[in-house]
Design a protein around this ligand. Sequence first.
Ligand code: ATP
Ligand code: MG
Length: 252
Amino acid sequence: MTRILAVANQKGGVGKTTTVINLGASIAVHDKEVLIIDLDPQANATSGLGLMEADTNGIHSFVSGELSLAECVVKTEVEGLSLVRGTRHLAGTEIELATQEEREFFLEQALSNSNLSGYDYVLIDCPPSLGLLTINALVAADGVILTVQSEYYALEGLSHLMETIRRIRAYWNKDLMVFGVVLTMYDKRLKLSREVEQEADEFLGKALFTTRIPRNVRLSEAPSHGKPVILYDAYSSGAKSYMSLAREVMAR
Ligand SMILES: Nc1ncnc2c1ncn2[C@@H]1O[C@H](COP(=O)(O)OP(=O)(O)OP(=O)(O)O)[C@@H](O)[C@H]1O
Ligand SMILES: [Mg+2]
């Protein structure tokens, strides 16, 4: 069975794209087939995997139903890791969608019309907002992974996000689960990180993944080389942490 997971948080710069790329690559090296869908007009997941944003045959053509999944998928440097490329034109698509009926269901429709049987996991990279693109991702997904940066106010934003998830369940996707929450840019030497960790633990309980993603410069360098961190520096703490997160995700 294919598991569809959206990686979301309306807050910018909290490690969503880094998680999509590196979790995707780390699952793929376990002999799994993983498809990343770049649903962010910034197209950072696409460039971070060393690919050019898509003028055609990307996410734009796929959600509009113009082209099939097979026509929009490209392979990445990691065996077993494929991508539907993002494009800044998606910002226009979001505006076009806004006036249409069933506007929350475009991605869900496109995916249910596709043959996903070759994929173990589909990971959707969401933009930093709770707009229509993120809603489309949450309606299409079985579960959501939330990335939370280890800093003040991180959990305040989270309650807003939880409210959105409840609304999505009530209206459009009753089975949507919070698959897990991952603390990113964690620094165990910092009191602040440990405080956020403790609060997150109390607030989230079992939803919180045990793996912490440390602040690691290799993770921030890898995208400019167009590689997931396991191909850039497999021995870095960042690479090890995403491997550990991949094992947790596969076990859940
Ligand atoms: N664990 C980490 N250690 C060091 N740098 C990190 C880590 N995670 C992410 N970064 C860096 O922080 C910045 C933001 O990360 P990322 O792009 O993954 O966040 P995002 O939530 O996808 O952002 P946006 O909301 O803009 O899409 C990037 O420059 C990234 O390289
Ligand atoms: Mg991003």
